[in-house]
Design a protein around this ligand. Structure first.
Ligand code: SF4
Length: 368
């Protein structure tokens, strides 16, 4: 499922955009088109740099960012080069917590979802999608039932952050963290996710700290090792959900390709590097993986590894009516048991459940 796009480490521009189809509006992400317009109009490259800085890092509106260009160039450049590549179709705000679900349409007409998660004191996380659909097909996840699966381009990933940031600016917030936990397995679209991550970190684009971007994977060992080399300061999240191979395979079908001993070995290799602690995501499913002896087994599997464990509540989806959430008291007992083993544990509550934006609920349906 890896993208056909080639990887280019020499630039933080998005060369994949050069090969995109005709009949589309050029965007700021298309470095060749931008350069062509710049040359035609003999524009000062510093003006373009300032435009990009003000829009991506400064969080200025599009109209304000275009003001960075000299008056004779503004209208012409704006007509030729758009600052976004996705079209916002719907925005749904949670009535109960700080989540917002954004539904975008890609230039190819596909629907993709992004979630804004607001925390106290202005801390804001953008949960981005890397694919439309997901071939991993986790039983508990609405995205895993979507077909066909397509990869997003780096620009389509970064634009989710840029447009979410624009909405946040109006609230006097700005994006602080970006997590690849939306639709898709990021390592099935590795080259574009890597390119997007470089753009998020780059001073020429978002300038986000590497520590503030996190990729979440079901555990694809070779890709995890590559990632920890390329982004040694960015934390990895691993969706574990069970340390019983058969149970894990029933929840995450692709797990049969990656046996748990190999995953453990991979985590040891990453731990040997100067990498930040890994985040372990464990979805608690009633009478499936939530018994205390399963907490003991999880602790045994993770012994000696620098990890933080997130216990995630299950959010019901229509495609898996046979699964149900672990009651709160059992979640707490499970967490306490892990703490007794010496682990740091966060028992999460789900933001965005009332707007189908919580973990596992993203299905890119235009129903509002
Ligand atoms: S949980 Fe993640 S990896 Fe699993 S199907 Fe959903 S999007 Fe894919």
């Amino acid at each position: 499922m890896d993208s056909n796009h080639s990887t280019n480490h020499d630039t933080d521009e998005d060369p994949a955009e050069h090969h995109r189809t005709e009949n589309r509006v050029d965007t700021i992400y298309d470095s060749a088109a931008v350069e062509q317009v710049r040359r035609q109009r003999r524009m000062d490259p510093h003006c373009l740099k300032r435009l990009r800085y003000q829009y991506f890092r400064g969080g200025r509106s599009q109209a304000e960012a275009y003001q960075e260009l000299l008056p004779p160039d503004r209208a012409a450049f704006r007509q030729s080069i758009a600052l976004d590549c996705l079209k916002l179709v719907t925005r749904v705000d949670s009535g109960t917590d700080g989540a917002t679900r954004l539904l975008f349409r890609t230039p190819a007409g596909e629907l993709v979802e992004t979630v804004i998660l607001r925390a106290p004191r202005g801390r804001t996380t953008i949960c981005v999608s890397s694919q439309v659909g997901c071939a991993v097909s986790c039983q508990f996840c609405a995205t895993g039932y979507l077909r066909p699966v397509t990869n997003l381009a780096a620009s389509e990933i970064v634009d989710q952050v840029a447009q979410a940031n624009q909405l946040l600016i109006a609230e006097k917030r700005r994006v602080r963290n970006v997590v690849f936990m939306g639709m898709g397995e990021p390592f099935h679209n590795e080259s574009q996710v890597e390119r997007a991550t470089r753009m998020l970190h780059s001073e020429n684009w978002f300038g986000l700290s590497a520590r503030r971007t996190m990729v979440s994977t079901v555990g694809i060992p070779a890709a995890m090792l590559r990632w920890s080399c390329r982004f040694p300061r960015s934390p990895l999240a691993i969706s574990l959900h069970s340390v019983d191979q058969r149970l894990r395979e029933s929840l995450i079908p692709i797990a049969r390709r990656y046996p748990l001993p190999v995953l453990r070995q991979t985590m040891e290799q990453i731990a040997d590097r100067p990498a930040p602690a890994m985040l372990i995501e464990y979805l608690l499913l009633r009478d499936t993986n939530d018994h205390l002896d399963q907490a003991d087994a999880l602790a045994g599997f993770l012994t000696g590894l620098p990890v933080h464990i997130n216990l995630i509540p299950y959010n019901t989806i229509a495609s898996a009516p046979y699964l149900s959430a672990t009651p709160r008291s059992q979640r707490e007992a499970f967490g306490s048991r892990l703490r007794d083993h010496g682990f740091t544990v966060t028992i999460r509550y789900s933001q965005g459940r009332d707007i189908a934006a919580a973990c596992g609920q993203l299905a890119a349906v235009q129903n509002e």
